[in-house]
Write a protein that binds this ligand. Sequence first.
Ligand code: 4AD
Ligand code: MG
Length: 442
Amino acid sequence: MNTPSQGSTPRIRIVDAARYVGETVAVAGWLYNLRKSGKVVFPILRDGTGLMQCVGVKAELPEEVFDTIKRLTQESSVILTGTIRAEERAPGGYEMDIQSVEVLQRVPEEQPYPITPKEHGIEFLMDHRHLWLRSRRQHAILRVRHEVIRAVRDFFDNDGFTLIDAPIFTPASCEGTTTLFEVNYFDDEKVYLTQSGQLYAEAAAMAFGKAYCFGPTFRAEKSKTRRHLTEFWMVEPEIAYATIEDVKQLAERFVCYVVGRVLENRREELKVLERDTTKLEACLPPFPRMSYDEAVAFLQANGSDIQWGSDFGGTDETILTQAQDRPIMVDRFPTAIKAFYMQPDPDRPEVALGVDVLAPEGYGEIIGGGQRIHDLDLLLSRLREHNLPQEPFDWYIDLRRFGSVPHGGFGMGIERCVAWLCGLEHVRETTAFPRMLYRTKP
Ligand code: 4AD
Ligand code: MG
């Protein structure tokens, strides 16, 4: 943009203000707040990197400059030019003494910015999600999310994993047929939106040894809980020649790394969110391990009516983890309630070599994974037991025909992880534009 107020004045970002003390610079942003008296105006500018209080003194400014600032409305887009000064008491530590202003668009009084400092209901805020992203809290959450995603990539990239993107249109179900979104492909061919890239990650593991996929996944979950979205991002590492023990160790190392990175690089954001970071600092190896049997016994002793053989409900996960200071790993779930691909325990085939990682403070499952069936005949019989057609899986079955080996991996949902790290009540705030049972807009 070639705007008059710029001239040769450098345009800076608020986060970099420290480098420009004493210099005249321009900051392009949006009006976050405005305090004013007859003689001084204090616009607070937001530019996406931070907040900066600016000061306009009537006696030192041309009248129209002072009046323009004084009439600014919330979220108007403006470029302010002035001198940067260190100011201990200011949020962020620097202020600008304003010399000139350029307004790109002034939000009219007749239709003011809808999100005001007063309390709004959650439905209203979700309807205005495209604007809500500008608020401090949402901004902080999405910055944590970005750090989680960067940490995820760095962890696997630095650990010898090759990134293999799994397709989104898939011919087969991975996590049961009840949560499939069906799509009309060409010529009436039916395909599904992927529930998990795992089956493809398994093919990749046989080609690369260690591989991961990372992308959006979809579940037609009719449940309206604080843990479920219909579209979420999942990272799924898969390793050849691996057992459930290898999977557990990887998951433990991985979770600790991600938490460590957020603590290292997102302190400010966690502060905005009023997150008790001592809770996250406690996330160190080794994570407590328990079997499904032990978990059921614990739950029954603590008020749950769960019976051996059923899956944990959300409340069960909360009971299991609310007293924990670090994630716990639960393994060996009943084979009957787990996906077709889970390797049954050879010593006790009624339980499967699957493991869930449950986040502490009541957050519950963030990771599901385990060891996969590598025997051809066993896989074929499990597909039959699950009433799954063989044809869409023929390529997957092939992996058991050509150099099959024990292998395993896991999937972590990014939104559940971010909800835990940020200390949020609900996953809906962990992604910019959540898709839920009754929400596909904005
Ligand atoms: O336990 P899930 O269903 O496991 C799988 O999909 C495996 N195929 C993963 C693998 O082994 N490669 O899902 C894994 C994780 C859960 O622990 C949770 O974090 C997240 O994905 N997840 C959801 N997150 C938000 N909304 C939903 N509806 C979710 N369903 C699962
Ligand atoms: Mg699961």
